[in-house]
Design a binder for this molecule. Structure first.
Ligand code: SF4
Ligand code: SF4
Length: 128
């Protein structure tokens, strides 16, 4: 299986515990979260709408909410992508192990998570 994922969504998936923007969003994110834990899943990285955004009510005309918010989101993606190689596909399990080693302190996610409104519900952020 192949997944297309935005950079910052790698971290959000690690923190996901069933909350989201709508029932469809939660159902889809739950499926993606299962898929990324399976053997033989490959991940392509992006800073554009991905397999999580496609079921999100905030996605409008292929951007997240509005131009200003979309810029913030792309910045969050790029902060993750600059630590990886977005030109290649990754094995999902290996990629998430790599992520664990890179984003392992609150300081390491300063530009990604500090302005996120899901802080209190995000297991990944809470555990840092
Ligand atoms: S705090 Fe927000 S941006 Fe950071 S991983 Fe959690 S949900 Fe994603
Ligand atoms: S459209 Fe925006 S809020 Fe929705 S999943 Fe994508 S980045 Fe997150």
């Amino acid at each position: 299986m192949k997944l297309l994922l935005r950079g910052h969504h790698l971290l959000c998936l690690k923190g996901f515990q069933g909350y989201g923007y709508s029932d469809d969003f939660v159902e889809n994110m739950t499926e993606v979260n299962h898929a990324r834990k399976r053997e033989n899943t490959r991940i392509t990285l992006t800073n554009t709408p991905d397999d999580i955004c496609r079921c999100c009510p905030n996605l409008k005309d292929d951007i997240c909410e509005n131009c200003k918010q979309n810029e913030r989101i792309v910045h969050m993606d790029n902060e993750v992508l600059k630590r990886l190689d977005a030109s290649k596909d990754y094995d999902a399990i290996e990629l998430f192990e790599k992520i664990d080693g890179i984003f392992n302190s609150k300081e390491s996610v300063r530009e990604i998570c500090f302005n996120c409104s899901w802080h209190e519900k995000c297991l990944f952020y809470q555990k840092l």
